[in-house]
Write a protein that binds this ligand. Structure first.
Ligand SMILES: Cc1cc2nc3c(=O)[nH]c(=O)nc-3n(C[C@H](O)[C@H](O)[C@H](O)COP(=O)(O)O)c2cc1C
Length: 202
């Protein structure tokens, strides 16, 4: 098991995967299950992970993604989707099992926070899926696999290919598999000082 700081430091966006590698179902399930432990605001779990393994679907998606090879070569392609209306779909179930008063308090807070605030609903989906995407990348690393986060594709076309529900948004892809060859040279990282500020912006 790779320790978490090593996994963070060594992760690279993988551009070429070994197309012969098949991910076992239980391993993929374990990776996705790990992502389901990521946090969401009010625990609304407004992420949906579409696993694309069908070769015909992959070919169509690749064509909508400037023919990036990861789409077909990865062992699994996860389309990270946000259910923008998760907040209003029986929200009590997000707090099943807690005392009833607490459950009702959360249901009220969820409604107050999201109702009529379309931008917040959408932004929340981006936050949730971003967290889950990174959790997938780390869980994949723990299984000795590599990943590529991706948004280089035509969102509208991919939405049509996957029959995206009207109240969902695609956030990004995560391709998972076994790396083929060495990764290309790394881009520069900004300095710590430019990245980390204290107390307020100047
Ligand atoms: C949201 C997002 C979208 C990205 N889209 C693509 C993509 O479409 N194709 C690709 O090859 N890499 C993509 N990348 C990978 C970045 O190019 C890569 O993470 C960045 O250059 C830093 O390199 P590293 O991940 O190896 O540290 C994406 C990364 C992120 C976070």
């Amino acid at each position: 098991m790779t320790d978490i700081l090593t996994a963070i430091a060594e992760r690279r966006a993988t551009k070429r995967f070994d197309p012969s590698y098949q991910i076992p179902d239980d391993e993929l399930r374990s990776i996705l299950n790990a992502a389901m432990h990521a946090p969401t605001a009010f625990n609304i779990q407004n992420w949906r992970f579409l696993v694309v393994r069908d070769p015909a679907q992959r070919t169509k998606i690749k064509e909508a993604a400037w023919n990036q090879p990861q789409i077909e070569e990865a062992a699994a392609l996860i389309v990270m989707c946000a259910d923008i209306k998760a907040w209003e779909k029986n929200p009590a179930r997000y707090w099943d099992g807690v005392p009833e008063k607490m459950q009702q308090t959360y249901v009220g807070m969820i409604r107050n926070y999201y109702e009529g605030h379309e931008q917040v609903q959408r932004d929340e989906g981006m936050r949730s899926c971003g967290m889950a995407a990174y959790a997938i990348m780390m869980a994949a690393a723990a299984h000795g696999l590599q990943t590529c986060p991706m948004d280089g594709f035509d969102f509208k076309k991919v939405g049509e290919i996957i029959n995206l529900p009207k109240d969902h948004e695609i956030v990004m892809f995560v391709a998972i598999g076994k790396r083929a060859g060495d990764p290309p040279p790394h881009g520069a990282r900004l300095s710590f000082e430019e990245t980390v500020r204290h107390d307020r912006f100047a």
